[in-house]
Design a protein around this ligand. Sequence first.
Ligand SMILES: *[C@@H]1O[C@H](CO)[C@@H](O)[C@H](O)[C@H]1NC(C)=O
Ligand SMILES: *[C@@H]1O[C@H](CO)[C@@H](O)[C@H](O)[C@H]1NC(C)=O
Length: 533
Amino acid sequence: MMNRFMMLLGLVIWCFVIELGFGVNGLKVPFRPKDLLPILPKELTTWPNLHSAVDLLPSFVGSIGPNSGSIEWKGACFYGNEARFEFKNSVQTDVNDHDEEEEEDKKKKKSLGGGVIYLETSAAHSWTCMDLYVFATPYRVTWDYYFSAREHTLEIDSWEESAELEYVKQHGISVFLMPSGMLGTLMSLIDVLPLFSNSAWGQKSNIAFLQKHMGASFERRAKPWVATINPDDVHSGDFLALSKIRGRWGGFETLEKWVTGAFAGHTAVCLKDEDGKLWVGESGHENEKGEEIIVVIPWEEWWELTLKDNSNPHVALLPLHPELRAKFNVTAAWAYAWSMSGKPYGYHNMIFSWIDTIADNYPPPLDTHLVISAMSMWTRVQPSYAANMWNEALNKRLGTEDLDLYEIIAETEKRGMTFDHLLTIPEQDEWVYSDGKSTTCVAFILEMYKEAGILGPLSSSIQIRDAYMLKIFESNHTRLPNWCNNGDKQLPFCQILGEYRMEFPHYNTIEPYAKMNENCPSLPPTYERPVSC
Ligand SMILES: *[C@@H]1O[C@H](CO)[C@@H](O)[C@H](O)[C@H]1NC(C)=O
Ligand SMILES: *[C@@H]1O[C@H](CO)[C@@H](O)[C@H](O)[C@H]1NC(C)=O
């Protein structure tokens, strides 16, 4: 099943195109923008140099739903435009594929039916101009652009889930006219599309992307790829680093890894109770309702879910150094874990820790305009999520309350501050959001370490990469349990799942210090990190 929040987060930073072409029929890129590139006026492929952030916001032209009739508006290129929407009936198909789960999922989606957007363009003001549109629901974002004056159609093969169908029935699909400069950005993201495909080909794309952009090696391991662990050898505080390389989570993690320089995309922590039973504490665990929350669950349950996960997770256990293990206050760690259980996963922190990293020096094709465009679109499509996800966080940064995104932009400009600057104000630990303290997967673990008395104060902008670089783990690999790494003694940590050997450059090397990472620009492809930033 699709994880809506993952999509949402992906969208915030990664713009709108990632969903493009991944309808039910597998890969279907509707056109090849590169083929059109030579005839595009040059200025369209770069960012316009405008003075106000507001000039770059996508403009909302209206919503088209099954009952809303058609809408009309004036575009940037075509002065006469009209759009309407119709549902398409469900299609029953026979499937016989070996991957039953995947096929089951496809069948379910097909039975929901899809829809068609009709968009008629007329009265172009010049023969070289074009209009670029984004069509969004909370579940998908697609885009298209138009050169010629005629009726265009855009088909949605099938809804992601029944909730999307319901949403479209009630609210329709939001249509945004993009500033033409977006095109360059969109085209450079074409690379990224295959990462999200849940197929062998999608996995290959993820691997190739990480090899090319991060220098990852992906050496195959000898079988068995699944270790049988002995819980007696695992201790409270041992760190679990996960890396997913297939499907939507895989694509999402690949981009996250690329931005942050981490060779893992998710983390969890081990806890033992008085009876010696092993548990896992995890922030970012998906519950039945599809929400990401903090949980503490028995090891067996967690392991079973991990083995069933179709994102091909790789898992490494990073045991704490014996000296820290001896100092680890298990009572205090448990008290913290239970106090956090059921609370929401840290959206605010997550978004801003990414922005922190990228805003100083965005790796192309990312920049503030993209972030702000995504924010403004999301504000329109899902006002309540948007308020929760960043309006509140931006208000905290300004010291204001309840301003909406447009008011925030206005206030920022009034103060003579750039939006980039606003975004990079670091998150403060004492900020409390309306849904409680928000805690990312790795912040949850580091906070537990603090409670357990093995870490001093650290900045909240610490990310997965910084966590595994901390010098707090077992440094003598002869002391690793013998079920680690298939007996392969090369790794300094303990890989327990995965077909490729995991790697964590600079693992276990940096002594923790206060305010660590608050000012670290670390960017692809080398991620060089200034000492004590
Ligand atoms: C461990 O933490 C508990 C609860 O915070 C506290 O009462 C206890 O004194 C601590 N034990 C040690 C050895 O510090
Ligand atoms: C590593 O651990 C083994 C077994 O406990 C011990 O004999 C050896 O001296 C340790 N090596 C180092 C460098 O500490």
